[in-house]
Design a protein around this ligand. Structure first.
Ligand SMILES: Nc1ncnc2c1ncn2[C@@H]1O[C@H](COP(=O)(O)OP(=O)(O)OP(=O)(O)O)[C@@H](O)[C@H]1O
Length: 269
């Protein structure tokens, strides 16, 4: 099969499923401050005040009002300032056990490293104690460190305002400012949605572009949607073009100018 174009959107979401016996001083029922509404999603921000020689703490203070403005309508925002190295691990574990919807690292790579480690305990994923099966917590990042090389890898700028916009977007379904490329994508199901456009000519894009806004492009005969667990690069071709597959099955050809990873990683933060 030859594919003219393919793109993807995905949820990169650790799956959580362990009860750990470590305790911390965190009580995420602290989320129940005056402003908390249970119909909102609970987002925990873990801030390293010492990151970037103290700049992280200062920037965070300036950022918080903006964050509340942008996210406050949808989420309960709960901030935890770390008191020492590895505190971020404990806070994350406790937050996940309490069933929060997202844990967002605010700082550099070291802080992100701690938060990611908090998703696991004794080699097993941590799980929410009172949420049903299939529930999972989303990992996020506001890059505010010295190097922030993880963010750099994905071409995210060390710009917290941009990170907030990433967190705010419903991800998964859209790209290009409202084009519903993967209309059935569900950010919480852990699947990667891949849209395959077969034998598309340049004029197909021109004629059918408007359909992307409604998601009706999927009814075109040479367009199909696949929901997969992951994708792998099979072979790198010239000029950066690659073949991709999922679970051993060949999916198609991805032109170099069509980048899957940033779309997928969008869900991360
Ligand atoms: N309250 C704290 N006091 C001292 N150190 C802390 C505290 N909280 C976290 N840390 C430690 O600070 C380390 C460095 O933090 P972080 O990675 O956020 O900033 P950075 O080193 O400036 O950024 P980068 O790693 O991106 O260059 C982390 O590995 C973490 O263990």
């Amino acid at each position: 099969m030859a594919f003219g174009f393919a793109t993807a959107a995905a949820m990169l979401k650790p799956c959580l499923s362990i009860r750990a016996n470590q305790s911390t001083s965190l009580d995420v029922s602290d989320l129940a401050d005056d402003h908390v509404s249970r119909s909102k999603r609970n987002f925990v921000f873990i801030i390293n005040p010492k990151g970037a020689n103290g700049r992280t703490g200062k920037e965070w203070k300036k950022l918080l009002p903006h964050l509340r403005t942008r996210l406050g309508g949808h989420c309960n925002i709960c901030e935890y300032i770390t008191s020492a190295p590895s505190h971020g691990v404990d806070i994350t574990r406790e937050a996940i056990r309490e069933g929060v919807d997202a844990v967002i690292a605010v700082g550099g790579d070291g802080t992100l490293h701690e938060v990611i480690n908090g998703f696991f305990c004794a080699g097993q994923p941590v799980t929410a104690l009172e949420r049903g099966p299939g529930y999972s917590t989303t990992l996020g990042l506001i890059p505010l460190g010295t190097g922030s090389d993880f963010a750099r890898t994905f071409h995210w700028r060390n710009d917290p305002h941009e990170a907030i916009e990433r967190i705010k977007r419903g991800n998964a379904k859209y790209f290009g400012g409202g084009m519903k490329i993967t209309p059935t994508a569900d950010p919480s199901n852990g699947k990667l949605e891949v849209v395959i456009l077969q034998d598309f000519k340049w004029y197909d894009f021109v004629l059918k572009l408007h359909k992307l806004y409604s998601g009706s492009h999927l009814s075109e005969k040479n367009v199909c949607l696949r929901s997969v667990k992951s994708i792998e690069v099979v072979e790198e071709l010239s000029k950066g073009d690659i073949y991709i597959q999922s679970d051993g099955e060949h999916l198609g050809f991805l032109p170099a100018n069509c980048s899957i990873l940033p779309a997928a990683i969008n869900f991360f933060c």
